[in-house]
Design a protein. Sequence first.
Length: 481
Amino acid sequence: MAAKRILIVDVGTSSVKAVLFDGSGHALRAADRPVVTDAPEPGFAEQATGDWWQATIEAVTELAIDHPVDAITLSGSMQNIVLLGRDGLSLRPAILYSDARVDASRVEAVGADLPADFEARIGNKVDPALCLYRLDWLHEHEPDVMAAASRILFGAKDSVIHSMTGRAVVDPSTASTTGLMNLAARNWDAAILASIGLSPALLPDILDADALAGPLLPEAAASLGLVAGIPVHVGAGDGGATAWGTASEVHDRPHAYLGTTGWIAAAMPLETAAPPRASYTLAAPVGSDVVVISPFLAAGLALDWFAHIAGRTVPELYAAAGTHDAEPPSALFLPFLIGERAPFADRAVRGAFLGLGSAQHTEALAYAVLEGLAFAIRDNLDALPVRPRAIVLAGGVAGAGVVAQLVADVTGAVVEVPPESRLVTAYGAYRMLAPVIGATSAPEAGSRIVPPRADRAARAERRFTAYRRATEAARALATDL
């Protein structure tokens, strides 16, 4: 039997990754291309969907695939708005999940028309980030664009799937972030759609992550350097894919993802999650479980920001922070550079350094930034209905040893870092597809295990208490700044 090859495309916020796996789940080659976020107005966050497709073409081409590909599946960012015209092309740049153009007054106005049990239907609390509020903003500010829309997509990877197959689809995890899907039934909620006057004909088909979206079209195949007809599967939004990539679809084994933004998440039965709750509850991309996910807005974003003002590279900051681990500095960092989503929703709060001293320089502040990210993880972990003894750490930021150690110390849990932590989202998409195509997904050896240090427990608890008190103060001061 010929060896299998599975192509995964991961459409992230900062880059598009293409990863070629063999039929045993081993990554053979990987390539990525950056994508840029535009902010045409303060608080806005948009990306050109054409950039996603071009980055996909370039990343896949770089793989120089010389073996027949058996299947393609995808992962990517969720809670975006992509409007397609009748020609299948985007009518405007995609509005990203991190966009903050929706204010409280709009949420209140739309809420007046929604069903009284809206939160119970969607399994989540009212949140300005839900896609339905951005659609309302578009109806008011860009009515001609909305009138011209023939399809609405909600995932970055779904835009790429449309370019590959011409079909409009979405996985259950991504659909959960829209405010339009009934969580228990896993379908578009007719009462919600009727209340806001949205036609279900505009919406993509909700399909499990392992379902077939369609064959790769000839034009798309030619652009990618592949043969037409390869099966393209639905894949999953990054929150769901990462759960499978870290094997944390197993109950009581949460994972923390540290990319540009971050989250901590755990899979569980719907009854255990008992939504709606303060954190998000997503339908699992396959099966009947849910993934409770608590997202925070600044992970790699905070590191990139500090690297820029410090005139250092991010790897240099990791090394600099490591020099202070034996004698940690007193500086405390609040990572709310663009507000926060969880465990509280506050777009006005802003970050801060506290406890600064004249003897503290770049190295000490780099340590404080990383410790601040660990505190954000702990704060969000406490919002989940689990008390784990172990956490899997994934994403580009997770590979730094000092980060894993700080997360272990602050949470009191053993931290496991997979050998290819930056590829776990792609691996999760692979794992969900593997049973359908006759592939396997044996776990790779080589995960790094980082236990918490008992001699740091008291310090970590004291400073986490200070972090929470400082957060409360920062939120109270936000409107006066």
